[in-house]
Design a binder for this molecule. Structure first.
Ligand code: PEP
Ligand code: MN
Length: 630
């Protein structure tokens, strides 16, 4: 039975309702939802609805028709999203769990964790306690395996899912794991289910080899029945049928059936479902197309040497290819694959003595144009922190490893640096300033190299675009792309490459003691790059100057006139729009974000009024910062 609560009931009324449930010999479990909140009445023989109908704060009392209550959609309409730190399972996300069948040794586990983490996998799987059909087969490493999983988590930041086979092992597995897995063979081990009902850790409940959906949901209900543990994830892993061509038969029917009957997330394990490496990817794709909330994949550094389930284990290259395909499929069904590099980064506490927290992070080696921009903005004494990618600059700022970051966003010859626009949305940072740097490019080589010796040029695509006229005069040169201008100078120096040259700043030539063969090779001397300065908390870099610029990003509905209506707001309120840029939304093909720069301070009445109105007309708005323009 469920008691549907009236909106806005008081705490006292709720307490009175819960007390009357207890007096009737049942347990009340409060389930709060956006749409409605209910008290589920659990554990008593049939009670009369009239017992509760007249209580203040009660909207309606209903019987639940299913044998499972807390797991049912009737009781909770909204999808359950299980959250572990910044990883979410359920809702619009497609979660990827991957790893070896068994934890075999330190080397293979850490290698697997590092490879998978680099691909963006957020949850590492691996059995330390293994349910094996033969008593003579490898039974798992036990607690030593759990310790290795813990080490892999510390190394990569991935979350851990691992199996618990017996009630007396729940405590120890829960000590190490982020998610406890109950295997197919244990789906109806009721003592194990009851033990998992007492803990506050998510449980991944695999479907029994011959269990019906209704039996499976009743097992989920066991875990939820105390009201203490609500985080159950269902995992379809194939069932026994008359078919023998595959290890099991994947019941993809269960995905829409479950989504109809339960609010719990549903993931799919095509490795055990098929038992054949080559069949895993097609079934994983089909599962996502059918609406699954994630996949669990078995993989191994050397599948042919695996101690368990080698024939169904993927190589890491196969995982990589599959993830790309899943990323393409998920948006078709309104979901997105939640890879770690696409998740909002949780702000980590500042580690003492780790880096220089007062530093300014920039992309590239010392001598990069970004470092020059940092010195132009913060002064010659600024402490700078080289970073290999733009993403690392954002990460250092968010983690508190650098007080500020500086990244380019547009160049007068080469155009926008789109990646940094995307990172501004992804990371929780504020723009606190900007600077415009005149960019003079130089052809740089080793000391004895002459212009006529050159066969190869290492250049950043942006730098090559800015020097296009000069490079066209030397069609015999092959242009090789690099993503670090100063780094390419370092590279040709270290390689003693006498037939190569790099395009970079004079500061890079000086830093690496290399020769400038030709100065000022940019196609037009009016070559400027605009850099923005970012910080985690919006702290003012103390540069002074009047705040006269506001940067905002937003999305509109895909309807005629939607963008026009947003721009009309600025025009009507007399706010000057000094830049408009559109970018595709990652994971939503042919939908766009609009980046606008406005003249003014976010506290100006006209600007704050426009932003308030903008909220009503858009599906997403983020004010990126308000700062003095350069
Ligand atoms: C496993 O995931 O390691 C496993 C043993 O799976 P299942 O319980 O589905 O057979
Ligand atoms: Mn396995």
């Amino acid at each position: 039975m469920i008691i549907v609560l009236k909106q806005g009931l008081s705490d006292d009324q709720l307490m009175a309702i819960e007390d009357s449930v207890k007096r009737a010999g049942a347990s009340p479990v409060l389930i709060e939802g956006k749409e409605r909140s209910v008290v589920a009445v659990i554990g008593a023989a049939k009670l009369e609805t009239a017992l509760f109908e007249q209580l203040p704060g009660v909207a309606q009392v209903m019987r639940v028709s299913k044998p499972y209550k807390l797991a049912s959609r009737e009781v909770k309409h909204e999808d359950t999203v299980v959250r572990i730190g910044n990883v979410a399972i359920g809702g619009e996300q497609v979660v990827i769990m991957a790893g070896p069948c068994s934890v075999e040794n330190r080397k293979m586990l850490l290698e697997s964790a590092q490879r998978l983490s680099a691909l963006g996998v957020t949850i590492l799987r691996g059995g330390a306690y293994k349910p094996r059909t033969s008593p003579y087969a490898f039974q798992g490493m036990g607690e030593d395996g759990l310790k290795l999983l813990e080490e892999a988590r510390e190394l990569t930041g991935m979350k851990i899912v691992t199996e618990v086979m017996a009630p007396d092992k729940v405590e120890i597995v829960a000590k190490y794991a982020d998610i406890l897995q109950i295997g197919a063979r244990n789906m109806q081990n009721f003592d194990l289910l009851k033990e998992c009902a007492e803990i506050h850790k998510p449980v991944l409940l695999k479907r029994g080899l011959s269990a019906t959906i209704e039996e499976w949901l009743q097992s989920a209900e066991y875990i939820m029945s105390t009201g203490k543990n609500r985080d159950v994830i269902l995992c379809e892993r194939g069932i026994r049928t008359f078919e023998t061509s595959t290890r099991n038969t994947m019941d993809l029917n269960c995905i829409p059936v479950l989504h109809e009957r339960t609010h719990l997330p549903v993931i799919v394990d095509p490795s055990h479902g098929t038992g054949v490496r080559g069949y895993v990817a097609p079934l994983a794709m089909a599962a996502i197309a059918a609406g699954a909330d994630g996949v669990m994949l078995e993989c191994h550094p050397e599948p042919e040497k695996a101690l368990s389930d080698g024939p169904q284990s993927l190589t890491f290259d196969m995982v990589e290819r599959l993830l790309r395909d899943l990323e393409a499929i998920a948006p078709v069904v309104g979901k997105r694959v939640a890879l770690s590099h696409k998740l909002p980064s949780a702000a980590k506490p500042v580690k003492k003595g780790h880096a220089a927290p007062e530093a300014v992070a920039f992309q590239g080696e010392h001598g990069a144009f970004s470092e020059k921009a940092a010195r132009q903005y913060f002064g010659d004494k600024a402490k700078t922190s080289p970073s290999s990618a733009f993403r690392d600059v954002f990460q250092k700022v968010v983690a508190g490893d650098a007080a500020y970051g500086i990244v380019p966003v547009e160049n007068t010859l080469g155009g926008s640096i789109h990646q940094n626009y995307d990172l501004l949305v992804e990371f929780d940072v504020h723009i606190v300033g900007e600077t415009k740097l005149r960019v003079v490019h130089n052809l740089i080589a080793n000391k004895t190299t002459k212009l006529t010796d050159i066969k190869r040029i290492y250049a950043h695509p942006q730098a090559a675009a800015q020097c296009e006229r000069f490079l066209r005069q030397h069609p015999q040169w092959s242009i090789l792309q690099v993503y670090d201008t100063a780094g390419s100078v370092k590279m040709i120096k270290e390689e003693k490459a006498m037939d190569a040259a790099a395009i970079a700043s004079s500061a890079a030539a000086k830093h690496f003691e290399m020769e400038i063969l030709k100065e000022g090779i940019e196609s037009d001397p009016q070559n400027y790059t605009r850099f923005i300065v970012i910080s985690r908390d919006g702290r003012d870099p103390g540069k002074g100057g009047k705040i006269d610029k506001v940067s905002v990003v937003y999305a509109t509905e895909n309807k005629p006139g939607a963008l026009f209506r947003t721009l009309e707001v600025f025009a009507r309120r007399g706010v000057n729009l000094c830049r408009l840029e559109s970018r595709p939304i990652p994971g939503k093909p042919f939908e766009y974000l609009f980046y606008v720069d406005l003249t003014g301070d976010v506290h100006d009445k006209s600007v704050s009024g426009s932003l308030k109105e903008l909220k009503e007309l858009t599906t997403f708005v983020k004010v990126l910062g308000s700062y003095p323009s350069a």
